[in-house]
Write a protein that binds this ligand. Structure first.
Ligand code: OAD
Length: 232
């Protein structure tokens, strides 16, 4: 890894699992408790906005009770010390990377702690509930929705992500099942660009065969160990 200068890291729900935030697809995971079609699509919001807002209000409240774990802190340490380009692309909508101190973080699926006003198109920092239809702090319209990318919507800042991949020497995927595109396709993009690829995950994922190397174990162990190698 000594030739590495620019790194793109993709994180998924597995990195926050040991902070007590449910993953989506494990046994008893979030998509077993709730149907995607009921809570995570624009059609669901159109059909039953109260159900959707209640679901996200609960999730928004819950993540504020959680704390970053050793894997988040290790990536924050890497971010602080890494002289080359580094981008932590997260599919997670929690704020644990930033609370751990990471700065170069891109939330491709949005953020629980933001509300998006569909009238004035401004995104505001938001900690409380949306169910009671509070006014937008900018235009006062009562048209705030969670700033979370739903199924059928385009993830954020894809141009920036592909730009970072084109510059990268190493792509690292952490704690994601590789089930949701376009993020699941990044390893394929990286391979086509001739970039080294590394997967850190609890178990083999759908895309494991595409990586040059896979290291299995809980994120709180494998991520700090990898970071220690990178910044030793
Ligand atoms: P998943 O729930 O699909 O996958 C979580 C991955 O984390 C699995 O591969 C687990 O093996 C792994 N894992 C679990 N515990 C771990 C631990 N302690 N350490 C390391 N790995 C662990 O979650 P994502 O891949 O993030 O999208 O899901 C991708 C997207 O699907 C989410 O962003 C969300 C969801 O539907 C939207 O809502 C748009």
């Amino acid at each position: 890894m000594s030739q590495i200068r620019n790194i793109v890291i993709l994180t998924g729900a597995g990195i926050s699992a040991e902070s007590g935030i449910d993953t989506f697809r494990s046994a008893g995971g979030l998509w077993e408790q709730h149907r995607v079609e009921d809570v995570a699509t624009p059609e669901a919001f159109g059909r039953d906005p109260n159900l959707v807002l209640r679901f996200y209000d609960m999730r928004r409240a819950a993540i504020q009770e959680k704390l970053p774990n050793a894997a988040h802190f290790a990536l924050a340490e890497l971010d602080t010390n890494w002289k080359g380009n580094l981008l932590i692309v997260t599919q997670n909508v929690d704020d644990l990377h930033t609370r751990a101190g990471a700065r170069r973080v891109l939330h491709m699926h949005g953020e629980h702690l933001k509300a998006w006003c569909t009238s004035c198109d401004v995104r505001s920092y938001w900690r409380g509930p949306l169910l009671d239809r509070p006014p937008c702090p900018v235009c006062q319209a009562r048209t705030l929705r969670p700033d979370v990318v739903w199924f059928g919507e385009m993830p954020y800042r894809m141009g920036e992500i592909y730009g970072a991949l084109r510059e990268a020497d190493l792509f690292v995927s952490i704690g994601t099942s590789g089930a949701v595109y376009p993020a699941a396709g990044f390893v394929q993009n990286a391979r086509e660009l001739g970039i080294q690829t590394l997967e850190l995950n609890l178990e083999r994922s759908q895309g494991s065969a595409l990586f040059h190397e896979t290291r299995l174990g809980p994120a709180t162990e494998v991520v700090p160990a990898w970071v220690a190698e990178m910044i030793k």
